[in-house]
Design a protein around this ligand. Structure first.
Ligand code: ZN
Ligand code: ZN
Length: 315
């Protein structure tokens, strides 16, 4: 339910979009979602590697504001090109895999609601993932320097930063009602104790549980995102305590690799499936469409047994 290609995410992904789809077919996937990062609408929100988009910028240091003359225009043009190519590939491979076309929504500040909902209103777009990668408008999963800056902005401790992260996520959920929620506890990644049980931090836990309840109420799918394992965490996103709580509430899980290249398509899926088995999960959910009808693609939620996912997956 979540992938990036080097073709449309050149800063930190690899390979062509078509190669991503071919890799998904080889690994036995029946549904594969194309969800490039959305274009951001402020120069302040560019990542360091994106500064090279502009011929005007020179020596940019991390956490500096982008120099005047940098532009976000290439991001919007790239998004348009992505949608056109995605439609072509969906058609080309329609007999082999159900391609969903989406994007990863990036909640940087409340004004992004209009931008995300505007992009989502494109009839080509089946859905978007609701993700939070920033707290106090500073990236929290990019590198240790940014993470520390965000933590300082939150008051200097992981606990305070986690609270602010889940508050920001709550605003995102309320404003966007995403059909898929991205890496729910991403904030763990660069913290001092990434595998820590969030129940140890009462304020954090209460906010996270509040958010889980809202996801269930909104009928959103929570992705089990195996990229957490690829990045060295002991459990995928979200961690065991959160997953257990979500399942108790009747929440629906989907499966994502958050791949950034063909080598990561399905990476750690068997480990993620084993993790779900230990949580007693018997079924996953996927978004489905009346796939052969190009116009009016009605989206629905379909149940898939975990055992059938495991059997059809080719590592
Ligand atoms: Zn993400
Ligand atoms: Zn992603």
């Amino acid at each position: 339910m979540h992938s990036h290609s080097g073709q449309f995410c050149p800063g930190h992904a690899k390979d062509q979009l078509e190669e991503m789809i071919q890799a998904a077919i080889v690994r036995g996937m029946q549904t594969f979602a194309l969800t490039e990062h959305m274009p951001r609408n402020s120069n302040d929100d560019l990542y360091p590697e994106e500064v090279t988009l502009s011929p005007f910028s020179t020596s940019i240091t991390k956490i500096s504001k982008i120099e005047a003359g940098d532009t976000i225009e290439p991001l919007f043009a790239r998004h348009e090109a992505f949608l056109i190519e995605a439609v072509r590939l969906r058609q080309k491979y329609s007999d082999e895999v159900n391609i969903l076309i989406g994007f990863e929504g990036d909640w940087i500040r409340p004004s992004y609601a209009n931008l995300i909902l505007g992009l989502a209103s494109d009839p080509t777009v089946d859905f978007f993932i609701g993700s939070v990668h920033h707290v106090h408008q500073i990236p929290i999963d990019y590198d240790a320097t940014f993470y520390k800056a965000a933590r300082d902005a939150a008051g200097g401790t992981d606990e305070l930063l986690f609270e602010d992260y889940f508050d920001s996520q709550y605003e995102m959920l309320k404003a966007l009602k995403p059909k898929v929620v991205g890496h729910f506890d991403l904030i763990r990644l660069l913290s001092d104790e990434p595998d820590r049980d969030l129940r140890e931090m009462k304020g954090v836990w209460e906010k996270a549980v509040r958010n889980l309840k809202l996801v269930v109420k909104q009928g959103g799918l929570m992705e089990i995102n195996s990229a957490g394992l690829r990045k060295g965490l002991k459990e995928p996103y979200p961690g065991r305590a959160l997953c257990g709580e979500f399942l108790k509430m009747g929440g629906k899980l989907t499966l994502s690799d958050d791949s950034h290249g063909t080598a990561q398509v399905g990476t750690n899926y068997l480990r993620a499936i084993e993790y779900l088995e230990t949580l007693g999960v018997k079924e996953l959910f996927t978004l489905d469409t009346n796939r052969h009808i190009a116009a009016q693609r009605n989206l629905s939620i379909r149940s898939v047994s975990l055992s059938s996912v495991k059997e059809s997956f080719r590592a």
